[in-house]
Design a protein around this ligand. Structure first.
Ligand code: RTP
Ligand code: MG
Length: 139
């Protein structure tokens, strides 16, 4: 059965462009509860660990460099069917293919600077949430 939590990051492009508040508002209006929230900046090492699954992909170096280029906002979100519903709310990885009204359609500029991250499975949501937040912060 699907769990009710997912993990997101508002990526450096969206934070730098002043979209943090609007994106959090879309997330809350989409029915998600923000249960942990953090403003921080990733080093290249931490970004590489986070996206380690993509280590062999041709875009890995650019991804790590972009994700460590400026501050991000990390959050754990709660909702029934959270992982799948959040991927629907954010839209396709490539914003030119993201449905109108989705977060990437509204705020993303390119496949690299695509405004938000969303976990792709319940298992990864748990791994990613605990990568960013201690047990004490995930009550
Ligand atoms: P994310 O993990 O950030 O939520 O994105 P996603 O699931 O929609 O896409 P994923 O396949 O996990 O890729 C992670 C990030 O790598 C960049 N990417 N570039 N040039 C390319 O073909 C390509 N493919 C992926 C994107 O920025 C994507 O968000
Ligand atoms: Mg992904």
């Amino acid at each position: 059965m699907a769990t009710n939590r997912t993990f997101t990051m508002i990526k450096p492009d969206a934070v730098a462009n002043g979209h943090t508040g609007a994106i959090l508002d879309d997330i809350i209006k989409g029915g998600f509860k923000v249960i942990a929230l953090k403003y921080t900046r990733l080093s290249e090492d931490i970004a590489g660990q986070f996206y380690g699954i993509h280590r062999e992909r041709p875009f890995f170096k650019d991804l790590v460099s972009f994700m460590s280029s400026g501050p991000i906002v990390a959050a754990i979100l709660e909702k029934d069917n959270a992982v799948e519903d959040f991927r629907k709310l954010i839209g396709a990885t490539d914003p030119s293919k993201a449905e109108p009204g989705t977060i990437r359609n509204k705020y993303a500029k390119s496949i690299d600077a695509n405004a938000v991250h969303g976990s792709d499975s319940d298992e990864n949501a748990e791994i990613e949430g605990s990568f960013f937040f201690t047990a004490f912060e995930r009550f």
